[in-house]
Write a protein that binds this ligand. Structure first.
Ligand SMILES: NC(=O)C1=CN([C@@H]2O[C@H](COP(=O)(O)OP(=O)(O)OC[C@H]3O[C@@H](n4cnc5c(N)ncnc54)[C@H](OP(=O)(O)O)[C@@H]3O)[C@@H](O)[C@H]2O)[C@@H](O)CC1
Ligand SMILES: Nc1ncnc2c1ncn2[C@@H]1O[C@H](COP(=O)(O)OP(=O)(O)O)[C@@H](O)[C@H]1O
Ligand SMILES: [K+]
Length: 472
């Protein structure tokens, strides 16, 4: 990833988390290249690009109409097709009776944008340092075609509108949509209307907070579903004939910091595992956890009812961890590997080992996969392929990736999770979801969804124990 904040962002501090930062659930995500391929497929299937732009502009006009609520609108148009969407929206808003002004940064440079400009019958101002603002600004300057940071001059012109309500078309201008650069936009948006699909930058740091509330206008693009946003949580009700072992049995291997493994074990129980065994148990938030001495725990590794083993929480790197990881890998059961257990297991993963979920945070990821480059999505995918395991690359912008190319981006989570021990909880929840049987990627997605939903329902004052102490 390119370091430095680009010209646009020198004076910016991170935006406070805001409840209005939302994204649609289970929505497709496309890179700029994939977007262009989808656009070409549409054209091949008989939907013209001008029809796509008309649909995009109509969706922008709809959202702008509601946001403006009768107040004047200023639409800023760039030279490309993002600007084209702006001209279409201007025409449709004017036809609905809205008070619309258009200011252009440069003349239209594509055939589509030229046609959209020609169909707008109102005046076009030059976007300049003295352009008068309006209560609603529609940012249609640059979308997925941005190839370099905005100039200082344009950034300053945009910054003058800070504090106004801003609707960004596709992405706030200045953002590199694939999430490869950390350029921040000079004018963050209250609402971003993603066209056809969400883009990685809507869901990854540092750009996601600047997109505000992200809405999706489908516009008829047939986006493949390999990459998507977090789906709604599946129902958790046990089947009528459930018994404790059919709901999944989870083993949690403890290290020297026993509280961490205790949290994982409690989380596995709370997330629906029917039976949870904690090796050499120390303090644990729930007394329903079965604590066993190391010898008895080792004997358990062969128990055919075991659905998943969790190792890593509270277990620093060293010989003891290497031995513990070796034993659980030999057991051939589905695994959750957290913290230093990831690096310890890596050389053996994918060589006939059972399904595994790895749960690295940023530092652990960098230690285990120091050579990987690209966006967080690309790095998570490359790690998953290398380890032949599902990777939950944690953080405020958690990304879940599978070796077969599936990705779920979980932005926005809950910032109340930024407290010690919540990663131990996530590892235990992964254990519960994995122990149900089924696909490890689906288990990881369900675990992240459970974790975030639980954190949101608790909110202010959350400590890791709260995630597991009560059913609600
Ligand atoms: N795909 C779809 O299905 C649909 C896409 N649609 C819309 O199209 C948008 C993509 O349009 P796009 O490809 O024309 O690119 P766009 O973002 O308008 O910018 C390109 C222009 O900006 C210029 N330029 C770039 N960076 C610059 C900089 N820093 N400073 C100055 N100039 C810079 C660049 O010039 P160049 O780099 O060639 O010098 C070029 O002239 C997409 O986001 C969506 O809104 C919808 O209409 C419907 C369906
Ligand atoms: N700002 C944030 N927004 C959403 N989730 C967060 C944020 N900060 C941390 N998290 C989540 O909290 C958990 C923290 O895990 P980790 O760093 O391993 O903590 P620990 O090792 O203390 O248990 C992860 O699931 C991470 O995704
Ligand atoms: K834009």
């Amino acid at each position: 990833m390119t370091k430095g904040w680009g010209n646009a962002s020198k004076s910016k501090s991170p935006q406070a988390w805001d409840r209005r930062m939302t994204v649609p659930a289970d929505a497709p995500i496309l890179t700029a290249d994939a977007m262009r391929a989808a656009e070409a497929a549409c054209a091949a299937a008989g939907v013209s690009l001008s029809e796509l732009m008309e649909r995009a502009g109509a969706a922008v006009a709809d959202v702008a109409w509601r946001m403006a609520a009768g107040a004047p609108v200023l639409i800023l148009c760039g030279p490309g097709n993002n600007g084209g969407d702006g001209y279409v929206a201007a025409r449709l808003l004017k036809a609905r009776g809205a008070k619309v002004r258009v200011a252009a940064l440069a003349p239209p440079a594509t055939d589509l944008a030229r046609a959209a400009r020609a169909a707008w019958d109102g005046p076009v101002e030059a976007f300049a340092p003295d352009t008068a603002p309006a209560p609603l600004i529609v940012d249609a300057l640059f979308g997925v075609g941005l190839t370099r940071p905005l100039s200082d001059e344009w950034s300053a012109m945009l910054r003058r509108f800070a504090g106004r309500r801003v609707l960004a078309v596709d992405v706030p201008s200045g953002i590199e949509s694939d999430g490869l650069q950390d350029w921040l936009p000079p004018l963050p948006a209250a609402v971003t209307l993603a066209l056809g699909a969400l883009k990685p930058a809507h869901l990854l740091l540092p750009t996601a907070p600047a997109c505000g509330r992200v809405l999706l206008a489908p516009i008829g693009i047939d986006a493949e579903r390999r990459m998507r946003t977090l789906p709604p949580l599946p129902p958790e009700t046990p089947t009528a004939d459930a018994h404790k072992f059919s709901r999944g049995m989870v083993l949690v291997r403890a290290g020297p910091m026993k509280g961490a493994a205790g949290l994982s074990a409690a989380a596995a129980l709370r997330a629906g595992a029917g039976y949870v065994v904690l090796e050499d148990g120390g303090p644990a938030p729930l007394s329903a956890i079965i604590a066993e001495a190391p010898a008895a725990f080792r004997a358990r590794l062969d128990d055919p009812r075991v659905g998943a083993i969790v190792v890593g929480p509270g277990f620093p790197a060293g010989d003891a961890l290497a031995a513990a990881v070796g034993e659980v890998l030999d057991a051939g059961k589905p695994l959750v590997l957290d913290a230093a257990a990831i690096g310890a297991a890596l050389p053996r993963l994918g060589k006939g080992t059972a399904a595994a979920i790895l749960t690295p945070h940023e530092g652990e990821f960098a230690r285990a996969f120091p050579d990987l480059r690209g966006s967080k999505i690309e790095r998570a995918l490359a790690a998953a392929r290398r380890a032949q395991a599902v990777v939950i690359y944690k953080g405020a912008d958690t990304v879940i990736a599978a070796p077969d190319g599936r990705v779920v981006a979980a932005w926005p989570g809950s910032p109340w999770l930024a407290t010690a021990g919540t990663g131990d909880v996530l590892a235990g929840v992964c254990g519960a979801m994995l122990a149900r049987g089924g696909d490890a990627f689906d288990a990881a997605v369900a675990a992240v969804g459970w974790h975030i939903a639980r954190a949101r329902s608790i909110g202010r004052g959350l400590v890791a124990d709260d995630l597991v102490k009560t059913a609600k």
